[in-house]
Design a protein around this ligand. Sequence first.
Ligand code: ATP
Ligand code: MG
Length: 443
Amino acid sequence: MTRRKKRAADTATGMLVVLTIAVGLPVNVVSDYLPSVLTDHKAAWIAGLATVTVAAVWLTWLAPRLAERRARGKLFQVLPVPKGWIPRGELDEVVQALTGAGSRTVGVTTALWGAGGFGKTSLAVVACHDRRVRRYFSGGTVWATVGQDRTGAEIADVIRSICETLSAETPQMTDLQQLSHHLAELMAERGRMLLVVDDVWTSAQLEPFLAVVQRSRLLVTTRRPRTLPGGVVKIDVDAMTPAVAVRLLGRNLPIMRANLRRQLLEVTGGWPLLLALVNARLVEDVSQGALVNAAAEQAVARLRQAGPAALDITDSGRRETAVKATIDYSLEALPGERRERFLELGIFAEDVDVPLEVAVLLWRGTAGLTLEQSQTLCEELAGLSLLSLRWVDGKHQVVALHDVLRSFARSEHAIDPKRPVRGRLIHKNGERCRFFGASASAE
Ligand SMILES: Nc1ncnc2c1ncn2[C@@H]1O[C@H](COP(=O)(O)OP(=O)(O)OP(=O)(O)O)[C@@H](O)[C@H]1O
Ligand SMILES: [Mg+2]
């Protein structure tokens, strides 16, 4: 019997009992069958019983729901739902594959695959927060980010940090295999759990996480489906459907002319990353007083002139051209040398949350920006969706650059390992090496 059916059966039984009492007692009172102490104050008794009945029916309905709400699994290291996320049909597919709530096969391991920036990570985050998933994984959900450059020892660090989060103890073992079994045991002890492994690039990176599938479930996101083992339920995260893309394009904007909307969908190819950038620039233009149609016309002209006339998202060369055109169009909204400052962020390692203070240090070195100027610049870039700025532990602000945008920044900004700023950032404090990836520490 499914949970929903069981809950309905419990509620129906509870209500039947309450109704039997509720109907039985007044009937007996009215028919003078009961002793005078009850029958002398019929009206009061009937009113009292009616109140008790309503309260009992309400409690019977409420109790299983409250119990279920309490049973919702905790989220460990899972990002908050992205601001302005537009629901897409793939979410139900993911939830069904994870919980078996639909007709599709339940995946012990489920994978979201698709090219960079198509929304795999965002979809996985939203799935973790989904009510149905949280109810199903009552032991909780834990998140691990891998990324292209992480190998052996760094993967071991990721697993160690998850074990610490789950058990509040640092595991003593150093062997990767032992660590992965330790993680599997910790997860199994907590009950039904979900582990999300985000941004996997190789089978070797995924291997240490596979031990958990004995007792728990795994959700993987990857650009490379070949890294996945057999028996995985694969969900293709591709271009957005026109209906969803239109909602993302028009987020927080007045309605624009249909032909402009169509042309913008063509130049962005339904690619969420570009749609989000174009939307953010249009919102900025409108907030500066532009009419939405005038701003959209300018966007179409600008993107057609510098990028492909219509983006074929299966063609990675065209994708690169479209990214460049869109970033340039986004950055045009900012005065001065902001483009350079943005490109400098490409020196940081991928999938790393860079503390705002480290970005401040970087820009102080490259352009003499003050703390306030750097903060303002970060906010402006975040406003254009070129980076995300969020609080960690309610105390520290971190800057995160999407992989696709970071790769672009890296390719456009020639990185000289001997540049004094980079050197100073790296050597001033050994801890900062991790913001640049493994290669930086070797310099
Ligand atoms: N459903 C959505 N609603 C609104 N914006 C979205 C949605 N999906 C994706 N985006 C936008 O697209 C960007 C890229 O999405 P995401 O980071 O999830 O891609 P990805 O497929 O995980 O990329 P990668 O392979 O590089 O890790 C997000 O930062 C967000 O701005
Ligand atoms: Mg991702």
